[in-house]
Design a protein around this ligand. Structure first.
Ligand code: ZN
Length: 385
């Protein structure tokens, strides 16, 4: 069992240690205090209602002063030393989650206004958390090893359950931005979790499609589940298959590199996975990231995004947890930029075929067999088995 210990930083922010099951330590006995004496937390920014698109926009001008690519000896998520009193008041840790000091949303909580028209705005309620994957300043998720990856998954599940219970929260989104090319402001391997007071635009579109499919099948089938079956039967875009999870490049991939990792059982979110499923997820997810990292001689920037069912009574029954990993990289030295068609119209033009990307991901040579033999690279033929 992952050992979980909660404490608070000098400005009152919550910080939680998740210690690996394989190396039990008495975290409570060695809890240390954050002596930095940080100033009190500020008021939230604001959310403005975009009447033209029926969407909320968070305005977070105060974030302009946040830490941007600090040198390694001033890293805010390395363990604290005498010379670097970091965000984590411990000499070592396994996985840590803490409230972001410069949040886009929060720290105050509450609902967004219900009646909306031009000029509607409100406080940017919600919560933004940072997930430090490792005390090591360099490296990447794909190198964590199964024990540590399992601890991160336990942290995601724990935070999903806790954040979902906070007042006004409508969607919980764990994600990782990897690589300076896509706007990462800290090199230390980490992810984030956003808890929004509204259903985000993309989740709203996917959620509505899922709900329509669910209704058309009298609540007996899910859209994501049917796509998973179709992809597994077809086989040509499968990347890997396990007992409880499979990954594929979707039929209509929008990005040069896009992979969906889907549990075989419909669950709304990470908190609903069984222990056995979380164990396999650690192995499957590492295998997937190692394939991505093996595509090119240098690390590929990516956005790894957990789509969890919104906390909305209409959308949630049709919701189906899955991961969408996307990258703008289309060659060793080329990134796809979102230009006119994509950025202005949301109409994606993909210069790669999903089938060729899946084939490359199946055939890469992995650095070492760090993942469980139960996880096999799918083959077009084997996918039918
Ligand atoms: Zn660091």
């Amino acid at each position: 069992m992952t050992s979980i210990t909660s404490t608070s930083l000098s400005d009152g922010r919550e910080l939680i240690y998740f210690d690996d099951a394989a190396a039990p330590k008495s975290r409570a006995a060695q809890l240390t205090t954050d002596h930095r004496g940080l100033p009190a937390r500020g008021e939230p920014g604001e959310v403005r209602y975009d009447a033209l698109a029926d969407e909320w926009v968070a305005v977070a001008a105060h974030r302009q002063t946040r830490t941007h690519l600090p040198p390694a000896d001033q890293c805010p998520i390395c363990p604290t030393t005498a010379a670097n009193p970091s965000e984590i008041p411990a000499s070592d840790y396994d996985v840590v989650v803490f409230e972001n000091r410069f949040p886009s949303l929060g720290p105050a909580l509450g609902p967004v206004p219900e009646a909306t028209s031009w000029g509607t705005k409100g406080p940017a309620y919600g919560r933004c958390e940072v997930v430090a994957f490792t005390p090591s300043h360099t490296g990447s998720f794909s190198e964590l090893g199964e024990t540590r990856a399992r601890t991160v998954i336990e942290a995601w599940a724990h935070r999903t359950e806790a954040l979902s219970a906070l007042p006004g929260i409508k969607q919980v989104f764990p994600f990782e931005n990897r690589g300076a090319d896509i706007g990462v402001t800290l090199h230390h391997p980490h992810g984030q979790i956003y808890a929004y007071p509204y259903v985000t635009p993309r989740a709203g579109v996917l959620g509505a499609a899922a709900r329509r499919f669910h209704d058309a099948h009298d609540g007996r089938d899910t859209l994501t589940g049917s796509l998973l079956r179709s992809e597994r039967e077809d086989g040509s875009r499968m990347v890997l298959e396990g007992e409880n999870f499979s990954a594929y490049v979707p039929f209509a991939a929008r990005w040069p590199l896009e992979i969906h990792l889907v549990p075989h059982r419909q669950v709304p979110d990470l908190a609903a996975l069984s222990g056995e499923e979380k164990d396999e997820l650690a192995s499957v997810y590492l295998n997937l990231l190692q394939r991505v990292d093996a595509l090119y001689p240098t690390p590929t920037p990516y956005i790894s995004a957990w789509h969890q069912a919104p906390l909305d009574p209409v959308l949630r029954p049709a919701g189906y947890l899955h991961l969408q990993l996307t990258s703008p990289r289309r060659a060793a030295d080329k990134l796809k930029y979102l230009a006119g068609s994509e950025a202005a119209m949301g109409a994606f033009i993909n210069d790669t075929t999903p089938e060729s990307v899946a084939e490359r991901l199946r055939e890469v040579t992995l650095p070492s067999p760090t993942t469980s033999p139960a996880v096999l690279a799918a083959t077009p033929e084997g996918a039918h088995a």
